[in-house]
Design a protein around this ligand. Structure first.
Ligand SMILES: [Zn+2]
Ligand SMILES: [Zn+2]
Length: 126
């Protein structure tokens, strides 16, 4: 964070959305998408609410070039997708680990054929 980036501290670029197509700044409607900006309360440093700005208004508000602003919004989108995927994988791994503890019990979640083939003497699948 440098001194010249001071205005940027007020807004956090959270990513793009096409759910909102009206710029909260200038009121222009019919945009292909807007950029979600977290409003940072400079006193507490906490994000306090969100606004939806078009690229041009958003870039001005955040003190960036339009090009840099768009890139930042796209990077935020990618990071959000990445985090979502990681969370999904973690949930799937947790589920698999939970199911693994049930192998061979009356609540066995393995495919019946797998149990029969491995001959573990599954209570549920035989
Ligand atoms: Zn605008
Ligand atoms: Zn089984």
């Amino acid at each position: 964070m440098t001194a010249t980036a001071a205005p940027a501290a007020r807004f956090l670029v959270l990513g793009t959305t096409d759910d909102v197509t009206t710029c909260d700044d200038c009121g222009r409607t019919g945009l292909t998408h807007t950029v979600r900006l977290g409003v940072v309360d400079l006193t507490t440093g906490e994000v306090d609410g969100e606004v939806y700005f078009g690229s041009v208004c958003g870039a001005r508000a955040a003190g960036r070039t339009v090009k840099g602003f768009r890139e930042e919004a796209r990077a935020a989108d990618r990071a959000a997708r990445e985090a979502e995927r990681a969370a999904r994988h973690a949930a799937m791994a947790a589920q698999a680990a939970e199911w693994a503890t049930l192998d061979g019990t009356a609540d066995c979640q393995r495919p019946p054929s797998a149990c029969r083939r491995s001959g573990i003497g599954c209570v549920r699948h035989g």
